[in-house]
Design a protein around this ligand. Structure first.
Ligand code: PMP
Length: 391
């Protein structure tokens, strides 16, 4: 298949990992030569419960026997989407009550920016340096990596950068600002945490100026950091919460949640303020519902903390300068980009899947399935330390 992959499928880099997949189960992916790879990446945090979790597969199969797509989003009442949005509301603090289900993280970001403009009747959007929110024109407009945006300019106007964790820049939030959009924990930037009450201060300034706070939880959401959502660590509640990736348990989804009052604006003046054919798709919503039920009914979230400690204990090595992140959203920071790449590529040859971060070349990403066992963690960490000893 390799030749056809390079010939017929659009490439995103000139050096893809190009593992040829046969099947996947739990924490392992098996290639077409029969090699079993331990997965420390989980589809870049998308396979929150590992590969083919039995509860998700059962829910998908059950839905397959009833109906697939029947109507564009919003017109028909379909049980999986209704139950999913209701369970989400039960898990979220007030006023996060109403959820719009869409197809990807980036679409949810675009729609949340539209909602902020609609609510505030202002246009200015502030985003953080080194932020990543996706790749549609809207999401790209709030990406904090100017060099990668330039070739696609002009982007959405009135989007301006601020420095993450910088209190002085909060003065840039004014009565002209519709929204401040931030990743609760910055992903592509290198798993950067808000420090010294930063998010609370952003929240306060937004309250003062009538600005909406949009928190992007596409990466930290759904249990990855040891709470259902990352913002629960920081005692803030956003006006709009954006989700994706791990929400679908391996199927494509995005969503944003806000108050009843704000969301109601998408149906009037103009009506159809955001529409999308496949949002709330019944098969995908069934998978997401099973994922959320499993995360909230089991002890997965509690165990995430213990698993983080195990990683931190096992990954002590002079070449690892720092382990950033929380829960099972971890990044090893190496001395140089070369060492980080060497670790990722050598581990791949030893059947351990690791990956890079978008904007921090010294980082080695570790975001395994939340269901990973302690034994599997030990197995993978042995491979990493073995490789580090060779370098
Ligand atoms: N926000 C964040 C923080 C992300 O990490 C991503 C995906 N890496 C997105 C948004 C975009 O999600 P998607 O790729 O599903 O459009």
């Amino acid at each position: 298949m390799k030749e056809d992959f390079f010939k017929y499928q659009t490439q995103t880099t000139s050096h893809p990992l190009a593992l040829e997949i046969s099947h996947a189960e739990g924490s392992f992916i098996v290639d077409t030569d029969g090699n079993k790879h331990l997965d420390f990446i989980a589809g870049v945090s998308a396979c929150s419960l590992g590969h083919r979790h039995p509860r998700i597969i059962k829910a998908i199969k059950k839905q397959l026997d009833k109906y697939l797509h029947v109507m564009v989003y919003g017109e028909f009442i379909q049980q999986p989407a209704v139950e999913l949005t209701k369970l989400l509301a039960n898990q979220l603090p007030f006023p996060l009550e109403t959820t719009y289900l869409v197809n990807s993280g980036a679409e949810a970001i675009d729609a949340s920016l539209k909602l902020a403009r609609r609510v505030t009747e202002r246009s200015e959007i502030l985003y953080a340096h080194n932020a990543y929110h996706g790749n549609t024109f809207g999401a790209l407009s709030v990406m904090g990596f100017e060099d990668r945006k330039k070739p696609f300019a002009p982007l959405v106007p009135d989007c301006l950068p601020i420095r993450f964790n910088n209190i002085d820049d909060l003065d840039k939030i004014t009565q002209k600002t519709a929204a401040v959009i931030l990743e609760t924990i910055q992903g592509g930037a290198g798993f950067i945490f808000p420090e010294n009450g930063y998010l609370q201060k952003v929240r306060e300034r937004c309250n003062e100026t009538g600005t909406l706070l949009i928190l992007d939880e596409v990466q930290p959401g759904f249990g990855r950091t040891g709470k259902l959502f990352g913002f629960e660590h920081f005692d803030v509640v956003p006006d709009i919460l954006v989700m994706g990736k791990g929400m679908g348990g391996g199927l494509p989804i995005g969503a944003f949640t806000a108050s009843q009052e704000h969301m109601a604006l998408l149906k009037d003046n103009p009506k159809l303020g955001h529409i999308t054919t496949f949002g709330g798709n019944p098969v995908i919503a069934s998978a997401a519902l099973a994922t959320l039920q499993e995360i909230t009914e089991s002890n997965i979230i509690v165990k995430t903390h213990q698993k983080e400690l195990l990683f931190r204990k096992l990954l002590k090595h002079p070449l690892i300068k720092e382990i950033r992140g929380k829960g099972l959203m971890l990044a090893l920071i190496m001395d140089s980009a070369e060492i980080a790449s060497e670790v990722i590529l050598r581990c791949k040859r030893k059947n351990l899947i690791l990956f890079w971060l978008l904007f921090e070349p010294r980082a080695v990403r570790i975001t395994p399935p939340l269901t990973i066992s302690e034994e599997e963690i030990k197995q993978g960490c042995d491979i990493i330390t073995g490789v580090l000893n060779e370098i």
